[in-house]
Design a protein around this ligand. Structure first.
Ligand code: CAA
Length: 303
């Protein structure tokens, strides 16, 4: 089945979308990157170029292979044109259920009948998205991790009606990209976020209760559990708004108060302190600096 996949359309050119385009183009696929605004697409191409430069510097990619990969990416602002010869579409738009449902209705209308429709959603129900289309058997979750070029995992989510053959194609495709696929079923948060988000939430509740400070919580989890980032730094990296919305998916999906987002997290999201992307969350971020500086909102407390 893998030989039938030649052209991949990626909807959305943000962090996840450009990372997905990066790995597909590097593996030889023709990539159509679609976004509603050309400036976002131009920025994404520049980001992919910069991230490929890191690989060139390290010697894991040649300059020629980089140019070849960049040459395989075309940008589109018109969805109908971007998907008209797609063998698979990977939707990586904002995590908003109404937006995703609309995108899947449009994809179903414009894509070739045999095309697989995948979503990179981190928690929204694949079954619900699939029900917007006349091909729910061809709808599947293909959840990449950030940063996509670095992280090995692809969490593959079977919707209620996904065909076995579609799952097998997406498993083979993920392996072809050099990733490790893991297939799971469609329950809120799937596996990755069902386990990750309660850990992040518990770290925030611990901070809120004054059990320990930002640095202490992150250092304990980094050095004690061999995590590359502590949970508060990871929350900033993912985006506090994204963490908040995934926790709400778990909370409403299971109806269990253990998933309720920490009040401190809700306050930070409402105040617009969303982590690295807004310059401040639990840490403060300065463009061009790799130093990790705790936000002064938390640094004055004594632990
Ligand atoms: N593209 C290509 N290469 C990249 C890259 C990118 N976007 N970002 C980082 N790299 C490479 C760097 O070049 C570097 O390579 P070498 O080690 O070979 O030199 C390597 O990755 C490490 O990068 P840095 O030296 O810049 O920084 P680091 O050592 O702190 O690593 C990190 C950065 C890879 C992000 C690491 O901190 C990490 O693994 N963090 C945890 C990431 C994680 O948990 N991601 C999952 C988030 S959850 C999610 O995505 C799903 C969800 O639904 C919420």
């Amino acid at each position: 089945m893998l030989d039938k996949i030649k052209t991949v359309t990626v909807i959305g050119s943000g962090t996840m979308g450009n990372g997905i385009c990066h790995v597909f183009s590097q593996s030889g696929f023709n990539v159509h990157m679609m976004d509603i605004n050309q400036a976002a697409l131009d920025k994404a191409i520049a980001t992919i170029g910069k991230n490929m430069d890191r690989q060139v510097t390290k010697g894991t990619l040649t300059e020629e292979a980089k140019q070849g990969a960049l040459g395989r990416i075309a940008t589109y602002t018109d969805m109908a044109v971007a998907v008209k010869d797609a063998d698979i579409v990977i939707e990586a738009a904002t995590e908003n259920i109404d937006l995703k449902m609309k995108i899947f209705r449009d994809l179903d209308a414009h894509c070739p009948a045999q095309a697989i429709l995948a979503s990179n959603t981190s928690s929204i129900s694949i079954t619900r998205i699939a029900a917007q289309t006349k091909r729910p058997n061809k709808v599947i979750g293909m959840h990449f991790m950030n940063p996509v070029p670095v992280m090995k995992l692809v969490e593959i989510i079977n919707g209620y009606a996904t065909d076995h053959e579609v799952t097998q194609t997406v498993v083979d495709l993920s392996k072809f990209l050099g990733k490790v696929p893991c297939v799971v079923n469609d329950y809120p948060g799937f596996i990755a976020n069902r386990i990750l988000m309660p850990m992040i939430n518990e770290a925030i509740i611990s901070l809120q209760e004054g059990v320990a400070g930002v640095e202490e919580i992150d250092t304990i989890m980094k050095l004690g559990m061999a995590h590359p980032m502590g949970p508060l730094q990871l929350a900033d990296f993912i985006g506090l708004d994204t963490c908040h919305s995934i926790l709400n998916v778990l909370y409403t999906g299971y109806g269990n108060p253990k998933y309720a987002p920490a009040t401190l997290l809700t306050n930070m999201v409402q105040a617009g302190y969303l982590g690295a992307k807004t310059g401040e969350g639990f840490y403060k971020y300065t463009a061009g600096s790799k130093d990790l500086v705790v936000s002064e909102r938390f640094s004055s407390k004594k632990w």
